[in-house]
Design a binder for this molecule. Structure first.
Ligand SMILES: NC(=O)c1ccc[n+]([C@@H]2O[C@H](COP(=O)([O-])OP(=O)(O)OC[C@H]3O[C@@H](n4cnc5c(N)ncnc54)[C@H](O)[C@@H]3O)[C@@H](O)[C@H]2O)c1
Length: 438
């Protein structure tokens, strides 16, 4: 049993804290958001993540997990302090490090014994050294410490499984802090995953490189999807056929309306920014972003084609608002840009999402958000599948058809079978599915 402090109880911090507690460690999780901490003390989750509530309850009841806003309390007796605060996009696409800065300063001011400080936030290359400088300068008196990088690779929606069964754990440190890195590796041993021990900057780069590569796979298949439509090939089968090749792999060859969320957009942008800052021209990364954001713009044109009319005065319903299924996270969700584009074209927009209704409402005040998918569909001129929630796969499509003004569905995530949809009488458009889905 180790004594761990986790700073920041968002998607990554709360999962990290509760998983380490579940592995038998004693974890104190800290956040500056008093409301968040008060709610967690009452067992109320700040985010939607499958399995998280049960995990938090089990470990708070077991006395292994607690929450606080006090750094002094969280650090008392801790051997490890994970920094898991946000690193959103800042100026010119660079990562905004103000929360990391503030967390590092607070740790420095409140630590009373030697400490291993672990950067779990996704941070630009060189941040580990910068954090070490902050700690050194902000300590009231010198206390031994080491800074280790241990980037997180979990995905929202399957965060607990991803944390507990990772593909690998990456741990980076300066040579002088190798003992600390080995101790962090020991913490991860119960996860039984390969452990990559490397230097600080390489660990930081592995995280950005991984996210940028996955985003590239999605933009690649999306570019091919457009070509598939024009040459009469089916992109879903192309992805399956490619994916059997172990050198390629099927994961993230997912055509559709593109990626969004709290990681890919800011991480690809931040990596491109770092390259530009060093005088390089990140051509691939720039096009990966361009291809992705163009997906959102084409929805208006495709709907106009399906409806054979302009969107002025039409009512369009969005199936799904969260940036992906199984989360309530709306950060850079395609639904926001898509609804804005539809409204700019004169349409009225409605939306339905199984869990992101509240988070969506504040971001899209002009969109009418419904609690029931069939109520939303009633009198819509067309529906757009924006997020591939499982519950949309088994909708009563006959009922949906009877509720729509026109039987028009634009399937932005290819969740339906084109031939079946056409047989049912839908005016249906899929993505990249040759002559079938158009
Ligand atoms: N969300 C993901 O799927 C994911 C996956 C892998 C890596 N990451 C990375 O992990 C980091 C955290 O992401 P997230 O999605 O969990 O963020 P988040 O916004 O959900 O949570 C961040 C939390 O940190 C708290 N915080 C901010 N400043 C603080 C401070 N000084 N002291 C204590 N708490 C503070 C905030 O109140 C918030 O609760 C980011 O760098 C992100 O890129 C995220």
């Amino acid at each position: 049993m180790k004594q761990i402090c986790v700073v920041g109880v968002g998607y990554v911090g709360l999962v990290t804290a509760s998983c380490f507690a579940d592995l038998g460690n004693h974890v104190v999780a800290l956040d500056v958001d008093e409301n968040r901490v008060e709610n967690l003390k009452k067992g109320i989750m700040p985010i939607y993540e499958p399995g998280l509530e049960e995990l938090v309850h089990r470990n708070t009841k077991g006395g292994r997990l607690s929450f606080t806003t006090s750094y002094a309390e969280a650090l008392a007796g801790a051997e490890f302090a994970f920094i898991a605060v946000g690193t959103p996009s800042g100026m010119n696409g660079s990562a905004d490090l103000q929360y990391v800065d503030s967390a590092a300063r607070s740790i420095a001011q409140n630590m009373t014994a030697p400490l291993i400080i672990i950067n779990k936030s996704t941070v630009p290359i060189g941040t580990g050294d910068w954090v070490a400088d902050i700690i050194k300068s902000a300590q009231p008196r010198p206390i031994e410490f080491a800074v280790v990088s241990c980037p997180e690779f979990l995905r929202e929606g399957s965060a607990i499984t991803d944390f507990m069964s990772p593909h690998r754990n990456v741990i980076g440190s300066l040579d002088r802090d190798r003992d600390a890195a080995n101790k962090v590796a020991q913490l991860h041993l119960p996860l039984r995953a390969p452990i990559v021990i490397t230097d600080l900057r390489t660990a930081e780069m592995i995280k950005y490189a991984s996210n940028a590569f996955l985003a590239t796979k999605i933009s690649f298949i999306n570019e091919l999807a457009d070509l598939c439509e024009l040459v009469g090939a089916d992109v879903k089968e192309v992805a399956a056929g490619m994916g059997y090749d172990a050198r390629i792999g099927r994961h993230f060859l997912d055509e559709g309306l593109g990626w969004g969320g709290s990681c890919f957009p800011k991480d690809v942008e931040a990596l491109a920014y770092m390259a530009k800052e060093k005088g390089l021209n990140p051509r691939i990364l720039n096009e990966v972003m361009n291809v992705n954001y163009d997906r959102r713009k084409t929805v208006v044109k495709h709907l106009e084609q399906l409806l054979s009319s302009k969107l002025e005065g039409k009512t369009i319903g969005l199936l799904g608002l969260a940036f992906k299924p199984n989360t309530d996270d709306m950060r850079d969700a395609p639904s926001v840009d898509i609804s804005n584009a539809l409204m700019a074209a004169g349409a009225q927009v409605r939306g339905y999402d199984p869990v992101a209704r509240e988070t969506a409402a504040s971001l899209m005040p002009a969109v009418e958000i419904f609690d029931d998918v069939y109520e939303m569909a009633e009198n819509c001129d067309a529906l757009v599948v924006v997020t591939e929630w499982n519950e949309f796969k088994q909708l009563d499509l006959e009922k949906i058809k009877s509720l729509l003004v026109l039987p028009v569905i634009y399937d932005g995530r290819n969740i339906y079978d084109p031939s079946l949809m056409i047989k049912m009488g839908f005016n249906y458009r899929a993505i990249g599915r040759g002559s079938n889905g158009q």
